[in-house]
Ligand binder design. Structure first.
Ligand SMILES: C[S@@+](CC[C@H](N)C(=O)[O-])C[C@H]1O[C@@H](n2cnc3c(N)ncnc32)[C@H](O)[C@@H]1O
Length: 220
């Protein structure tokens, strides 16, 4: 059974529709969307907008902004879920958006993006995420964790295939998974307070993990 939010992609070419279905089948994006909070949401590294479509499904009160450096994917997102007036997609960096709209999101979501960017740029990337979320707002960070398992090795080769062979995914500086302790350390260094970090690997062949954190309230 396909999630009804996939209807948003019905007008895309078959290859792109297949890609969106595969994304939803291979990653626990529904579980990520279920943890989202508030009405102003930011999907960083949104790709085609599969997660954005889930976030908007049965939530007419929400507004979702999706950003991605891959202009091809932003074009597909605009042609599909972007037709929803509550969705906005832009090919800008997180740093650019943070300068434009500081403290304007209730929830910032980063799904399977950190593993595709150079580890040296994680601090500035997460600093920008911190600037974008309003005081008390939530960060959802979904990635795969380096838990030393066969799942981690398999997931790494899968990402390499997508980036270097199929060229379906843009990597900005490297491919690699961090341990959950490393993920937590980067998030808290940026100023977030960690709520929990939970494996989402059950039912999947990749070591999915979801970290939830929040920005302190101004008075804290
Ligand atoms: C595996 S896809 C995940 C897409 C989407 N978040 C989802 O869960 O379906 C990774 C995405 O990260 C994007 N990306 C790569 N480098 C990025 C960066 N520096 N900032 C934001 N997104 C980036 C890629 O273009 C790609 O769309």
């Amino acid at each position: 059974m396909h999630h009804p939010s996939l209807k948003a992609f019905a007008s895309l070419p078959a290859k792109e529709r297949w890609f969106c279905r595969a994304r939803l089948a291979l990653a626990p994006l529904e579980r990520v969307a279920a943890r989202a909070s508030g009405t102003a949401l930011l999907d960083v590294g949104c790709g085609h907008g599969v997660l954005a479509a889930l976030l908007l499904h049965e939530h007419p009160e929400r507004r979702v902004v999706g950003i991605d450096p891959d202009a091809r994917k932003i074009a597909w997102a605009k042609e599909s879920v972007g037709k929803n007036p509550n969705a906005e997609f832009r090919a800008v960096t997180i740093e650019t958006l943070a300068a434009e709209r500081p403290a304007s999101f209730d929830c910032v979501i980063i799904a399977d993006v950190l593993c595709l960017i150079a580890r040296s740029t994680w601090p500035s990337f997460l600093d920008a995420a911190f600037r974008l979320v309003r005081p008390g707002g939530r960060l959802l960070l979904k990635d795969a964790e380096n838990d030393g398992s066969w799942r981690a090795v398999k997931a790494l080769w899968q990402e390499r295939l997508m980036v270097h062979v199929l060229r379906r995914t843009v990597s900005t500086g490297g491919i690699g998974f961090a341990t959950r302790d490393e993920l937590a350390a980067h998030v808290t260094r940026a100023g977030f307070l960690l709520d929990d970090i939970v494996s989402q690997a059950r039912g999947y062949t990749a070591p999915h993990v979801l970290l939830t954190a929040h920005a302190p309230n101004r008075s804290a």
